[in-house]
Design a protein around this ligand. Structure first.
Ligand code: TGC
Ligand code: FAD
Length: 401
């Protein structure tokens, strides 16, 4: 409704109620292009993802039928330039992640891995021949990637990795194992980080290479609509053409993690918004003690607190995105945002589950599905403790890992 001329501030404010999921109107800070991108992904989520995701979560299957639609919208490698990629800005990528995770963390995970953990290192550290051969097919969703860093003996300390690659003539022989690998048994190509005589290097391991096997991890309580696998390498012969030449050392995989953690900081906003939206409806329509549940002080305080946490997380994500676009992003800022926003989303999802009462444990409602997913999201890409210690190291200059 347009405000009438001469209206007092109070009357103008009363005429324009705030969006309960965006109390500080963060959307008004977006460009026209960013809003269009958000809206088109939101449509995909509403029309194609939400109707099927519960079934996939229950069946423990990944909805592969979505891959062509995600590719058609340009969501794979969305921030990369050239090679069939859309070349979008960091905030647009954040909004894409937010909308996808409003559907389910599994779908955002799938896109994060393809974009930030697989296409990004090929684009940044690969040869021209590797880029030409792999990136266009990955952007079209015809070739799916996975990223192997974590090992069975402990993921928080990747510097201690055991997987190694020994020189064998002009080639390498790769041996070891990776665990908890998203897309692992679906992928046609795995970016595998291994120690060599020169330091840690990235290897492009292709499905079907002799000695390479991927085994799906079943019976997860979390991210059930995502494929997670263990990878095994038994003297896999890797030609020199499949080594990423542009980086040596832990900074290779850690730089990819910065990209993916950035996307997660936005993605989890979507999960929290989905939970809060459903809870707001529920507390209005459920009547207890002769009044709507929403008309209780204790409920309103909890709703207000969720809105406070969501709003601050939204503003944090947007500023993180603008810093990234200006080339001023520091990994410590990404750690703080990943920690804060994952914690916010997990706490909101748990609290929404609680305020739905018994209905909260039903698959008819979204909070418990998001809550279970977010237990993985707060763990992968660096646990909450790892990000707290990264911020502590920045503040003190002392390494406590
Ligand atoms: P540290 O001494 O800090 O660093 C070693 C070298 O790396 C450089 N570096 C970075 N470079 C680029 N970007 C970053 N973000 C970087 N962070 C560090 C650093 O400058 C140094 O370079 P150089 O040239 O001096 O050698 O290393 P550290 O051993 O002390 O480790 C630090 C720590 C603990 C933070 C790191 O190991 C860590 O982040 N651990 C957590 C591991 C983790 O997050 N794993 C995630 C696996 S992938 C995943 O979970 C995918 S889920 C996907 C999905 O489904 O969405
Ligand atoms: P550990 O490193 O063994 O940590 C165990 C506990 O110790 C944690 O609570 C941790 O915070 C704490 N801890 C560790 N160090 C310290 C310390 N110094 N001080 C205090 N506490 C500490 N990895 C990939 O490489 N690729 C993927 O695609 C991928 N996808 C994943 C998908 C899912 C669903 C999950 C659950 C994980 C995935 N991971 C992936 C692995 C993930 O990154 C690791 O689980 C994570 O990094 C933690 O490693 P960990 O499980 O070995 O736990």
């Amino acid at each position: 409704m347009a405000a009438a001329p001469g209206m007092s501030d109070h009357a103008r404010m009363a005429a324009a109620p705030l969006d309960p999921l965006d109390l500080f109107d963060v959307r008004a800070l977006l460009t026209e292009e960013e809003r269009l991108i958000q809206d088109s992904v939101a449509r995909l989520v509403d029309e194609q993802i939400l109707p099927i995701i519960r079934g996939h979560f229950e069946q423990h299957t990944f909805p592969q039928e979505l891959i062509p639609q995600l590719a058609a919208l340009g969501l794979f490698g969305a921030t990369l330039q050239g090679y069939g990629c859309a070349g979008l800005g960091a905030v647009s990528y954040g909004l894409i992640s937010q909308e996808l995770e409003r559907g389910d963390s599994a779908i955002r995970s799938f896109c994060s891995v393809q974009t930030s953990l697989c296409m990004y290192p090929i684009h940044t550290y690969g040869t021209e021949a590797q880029k030409q051969r792999l990136l266009p097919a990955m952007a079209r969703g015809e070739l799916i990637g996975c990223f192997g860093l974590t090992e069975p003996h402990g993921g928080s300390d990747p510097a201690n990795m055991k997987t190694c690659a020994r020189r064998h003539g002009g080639d390498y022989l790769l041996s070891g194992a990776k665990m908890w690998i998203t897309n692992g048994s679906l992928a046609g190509i795995a970016i595998v980080w291994a120690t060599t005589e020169e330091g840690i290097k990235g290897f492009l391991v292709e499905k079907g290479m002799p000695g390479f096997t991927a085994t799906q991890i079943d019976n997860k309580f979390s991210l059930r609509a995502s494929i997670t696998a263990s990878l095994f390498f038994d003297d896999v012969r890797i030609p020199a053409a499949n080594v990423l030449p542009g980086v040596t050392g832990l900074k290779g995989p850690l730089s990819c993690l910065t990209q993916a953690r950035y996307g997660i900081s936005w993605g989890v906003l979507g999960a929290a918004r989905a939970c809060l939206a459903q809870l707001l409806d529920y507390t209005q329509s459920r009547e207890l003690f002769g009044r709507p549940l929403a008309q209780n002080q204790a409920i309103q305080i909890r709703l207000a607190d969720m809105a406070r946490r969501l709003t601050t997380a939204q503003l944090l994500a947007l500023q993180l995105g603008r810093l990234k676009e200006q080339g001023k992003l520091s990994p410590t800022q990404v750690s703080l945002a990943k920690w804060n926003n994952c914690r916010m989303a997990l706490d909101v999802a748990r609290d929404c589950r609680d305020m739905l009462g018994g209905a909260g444990i039903s698959a008819e409602y979204v909070p418990m599905r998001h809550m279970l997913n977010l237990e993985s999201v707060i763990t992968y890409e660096g646990t909450e403790t790892i990000h707290q210690l990264a911020v502590g190291r920045e503040l003190t200059g002392l390494n406590a890992f």
